[in-house]
Design a protein around this ligand. Sequence first.
Ligand SMILES: [Zn+2]
Length: 246
Amino acid sequence: MIPILMYHQIGEPNPRGTPYRGLTVHPRDFRRQMGWLRLLGYRGLSMARLMPYLRGEKQGKVFGITFDDGYQNVLDHAVPVLEACGFHATNYFVVRQLGGSNLWDQAEGVPTAPLMSAQGLRDWLAAGHEVGSHTLNHPVLPRLSPELAANEIRDSRDALEQLAGAPVRAFCYPYGKYTAALAACAREAGYETATTTARGLARPQDDLFGLPRVAVMRSTLLVRFLQKCLTQLEDRKRRQAEMGGA
Ligand SMILES: [Zn+2]
């Protein structure tokens, strides 16, 4: 069972009552979370480095670290912590908002936060981390025509490969929304994994284009964090939900 952590922003949280405030984890909490996993003998890996474990070719005390959207504050606050721990992470970038902000959240009243520029992306890469794709525009993919959705998936990979000068193998569905056809499209576009917002630990026999993650929120207490990552409680809940739905 492999936890793949899902983070968004690492920074000072917005004022109380702000929508999606929970998606910003305090740098101090992030440092503690990584520090504890390291103390317990776990290694934090990017999606690319996690592949042999997800495929069941390797076993070990590992977990995945992912960040959605490519926030500048992740470069500022998470990179030094990851470096100190010797961990690697994947950030999923939105190509047409490089150097921009999370415009797609504005209708919800979420405060804008700056996203890494192309240079920031290269700094992220140079720090040893992985560049993943989160589409061109962060749309709800199942709402687009199949052609437009395919463009979002394919063209974002091409553009990021150009910018990074390296292969882009990790994809993340905006809002976690996808269909079997979109998963097939991601596979055909050349990605090796696609993550969702489904909760749970990944298992080696999981579909690599529908991977669940462990959401880490501002309010996630350390004990709960470790529970989510290291116990099989979450997985048992997930199995029960699956069986209940079958
Ligand atoms: Zn997103």
